[in-house]
Design a protein around this ligand. Structure first.
Ligand code: ZN
Length: 315
């Protein structure tokens, strides 16, 4: 028998179906806190959803990642704008750092960086100004200390009790420190257009589907207030349009995303299937990418881009 379903944020059992995702997960809205969430009761266990892997680091994947460093620069520009001014190197915690690419990038920007990741994506390094910790937050807290900036790049939508996590993270901020939070925008034009097959919906890994209002109420619940925002980060806008369109026509979902991530998800595909998807992704993806940039830029004014990115301080 399946267990009763409660809102993962506020525990209310009063919620209604919005739609069902392409892979069969009900997406529901809580009547109490208004947050949209995935009914994940039939989801595979975390070790299946977040498999441990080593990046293969072929020349091709290195080149792709190097080309994508433009996205790290755009994230960095917002982080630098929001970092409190003080003498010495600012300390940054990248919470849910994945491969550690952004954490490593920020050491080049003069930050002393800790990347924390509960799921292994490669080996910890011993580079100057960079510590990558492969452990759950609770196990790392004693050694973390205080930070000027804590970033959560598309992390908060993966967790239950988001306000509790933000509040715990905020206790690791310096007096003037900021949390930088970026999540997919359920109220984006992409989301409304592609609905259950929207790339950034990603159920069941994405448990929560924030809108500007529900992210603001989650911040308030955590004792935080918004201190700034960046409505246009092209990496989420363009990837959302390109991959959502490709998912509509190609049999293997999220091919391009997995190709870039290089975490082994495509190894099961035959050479001909891979070649077909790669060719179609380039032929169809390139014009969509080109069109997506001005579209997302135009949507920024009304907060209807693919992602919501805000900085928050303690009240
Ligand atoms: Zn709720």
């Amino acid at each position: 028998m399946i267990s009763p379903l409660a809102c993962p944020s506020c525990d209310s059992d009063d919620h209604a179906l919005v739609f069902t995702s392409w892979n069969g997960y009900p997406i529901r809205r809580c009547a109490s806190c208004k947050l949209v969430f995935t009914d994940d009761r039939e989801a595979p266990p975390p070790e299946t959803l977040y498999p441990h892997f080593e990046q293969s680091d072929t020349t091709a994947s290195k080149n792709v990642r190097s080309a994508l460093s433009v996205f790290s620069r755009q994230r960095a520009a917002f982080v630098e704008r929001m970092t409190p001014k003080r003498s010495g190197k600012p300390r940054l915690l990248d919470y849910g750092c994945g491969s550690g690419a952004f954490a490593r990038f920020m050491t080049g920007r003069g930050y002393d960086v800790v990347g924390l990741e509960p799921f292994s994506l490669g080996s910890p390094t011993n580079e100057p100004s960079l510590t990558l910790l492969r452990k759950p937050f609770e196990d790392a807290r004693e050694e973390l200390g205080k930070f000027d900036v804590i970033t959560l790049w598309h992390v908060l939508e993966h967790v239950k009790k988001p306000a509790a996590l933000l509040s715990a993270l905020a206790s690791h901020l310096t007096e003037e420190g900021v949390l930088v939070i970026s999540v997919p925008n359920f109220k984006s034009v992409q989301s409304e257009l592609f609905k259950g097959s929207w790339f950034h919906l990603d159920p069941p890994r994405h448990l929560l589907h924030f809108e500007p209002e529900t992210l603001a109420s989650t911040l308030a619940k955590a004792g935080l207030r918004e201190a700034g925002g960046e409505p246009f980060l092209p990496e989420y806008g363009t990837s959302g349009w390109v991959q959502s369109v490709l998912n509509g026509v190609l049999p293997h979902k999220n091919f391009l995303f997995e190709l870039v991530k290089d975490r082994g998800a495509l190894r099961a595909l035959s050479a001909s299937t891979t070649a077909l998807h790669a060719a179609a992704s380039v032929v169809l993806g390139a014009p969509v990418f080109a069109a997506a940039l001005p579209v997302e830029a135009a949507l920024a004014a009304s907060n209807r881009t693919a992602a919501i990115t805000v900085a928050a301080r303690r009240v």
